[in-house]
Design a protein around this ligand. Structure first.
Ligand code: PMV
Length: 327
């Protein structure tokens, strides 16, 4: 019998992109999770399989041999996981063979933090299996290391929310602060299905900021104000205001050029169907949008996003960060 651990995906509710320049952002863990099932092997190999992506392969002496799926994709998914495993086995002090099976309900490459959720789940499961005591801070450190190989210079939002769950206020100079959110936040996530690169979108904003610094700085300050007001609205259980702030935040993101046609279609469809607010989430240029809804409007908005060509699903906040499911 193996050990199963899981960790949640995330959405950025407010403040993406501007967070790169030191402004605050709000991120929420959602009830879509990545699961890792880890068991030991008799040999020293590290075998990995991703059930959803139809990928499998085996690391032998550090070299990945693909058994199933596209080599490039397997490498990009499995290398960070291997790094997380290596870090824990280093602590354990002995190289052991493992079978790692990943099952995830998180759409990949859509800005929902799937790679960080997988890394956190694997780190927790491997630690538990070999008996290395892992605090949440340890799991965060390991999954942040893994995330660096995926994104280059990530802000660390994804590993933090995958580890701790709930809602976090994040700022580069002060780090993470948990936000007490007692209300239900009915969200619909609409996946445009358009692949995008976080790196390119971040670069786009950087170029625009260099060219029009006076203007873009004002947009950033407005975004900061949006986030600060959103913190209050979350405390006051004020969904209407949150919706308005989402619309304003989207307008600011549109202003710095990171929306695209696929996102605009879904956002407009959601608003027309009665969303309290809608915005892109994450890097933009495709990927996902989110719509805030009253419970009674969820169905209408789901349908509208679907009709507009998106892949929608309902998401709720989860307070559960990384956890052991079965031992
Ligand atoms: O990779 P995504 O879609 O979760 O978005 C990253 C968020 C940015 O603010 C655009 C970049 C960052 O590192 O914070």
């Amino acid at each position: 019998m193996g050990v199963v651990a899981s960790a949640p995906a995330k959405v950025i509710l407010f403040g993406e992109h501007f967070v790169v320049y030191g402004e605050p952002a709000i991120v929420l863990a959602i009830d879509k999770r990545a699961y890792a099932n880890v068991e030991s092997r008799k040999d020293k190999r590290l075998y990995m399989r991703s059930a959803n992506l139809n990928l499998s392969g085996c690391f032998e002496n550090g070299i990945l041999r693909i058994e199933q799926g596209d080599a490039k994709e397997a490498k990009s998914r499995f290398e960070p996981v291997k790094l997380a495993v290596d870090k824990i086995l280093e602590k354990y002090g002995e190289r052991v063979g493992l079978n790692i099976e990943i099952n995830s309900t998180v759409p990949v490459a859509a800005g929902l933090g799937s790679s960080a959720a997988v890394a956190a789940a694997v780190a927790a499961a491997v630690g538990e299996l070999v008996g290395v005591k892992m605090t949440k801070e340890d799991i965060l450190r390991v999954s942040f290391e893994a995330e660096k190989t995926v994104h280059g210079t990530p802000s660390g939002i994804d590993p933090a929310i995958a580890t701790f769950g709930g809602a976090l206020l994040f700022q580069t100079d002060t780090g993470f602060k948990p936000l007490e959110v007692s209300m239900d936040i009915p969200l619909i996530i609409g996946n445009t299905g358009v692949e995008r690169s976080t790196r390119l979108q971040v670069e786009k904003v950087r170029n625009l900021r260099e060219k029009h610094s006076q203007i873009v700085d004002h947009i950033m300050w407005a975004a900061r104000e949006v986030v600060l007001r959103a913190v209050d609205a979350l405390k006051e259980n004020d969904l209407e205001t949150l919706g308005e702030l989402m619309n304003i935040n989207h307008a600011l993101l549109y202003g710095v050029g990171v929306s695209d046609e696929s996102l605009e279609w879904l956002i407009n469809a959601a608003r027309k169907a009665g969303a309290l607010g809608a915005k892109l989430t994450g890097a933009g240029g495709g990927g996902c949008m989110i719509a805030l809804s009253k419970n009674e409007k969820l169905e209408d908005i789901l349908e509208a996003i679907q009709r507009a060509g998106g892949r929608p699903f309902v998401a709720r906040k989860t307070d559960e960060g990384v956890r052991i499911e079965q031992n």
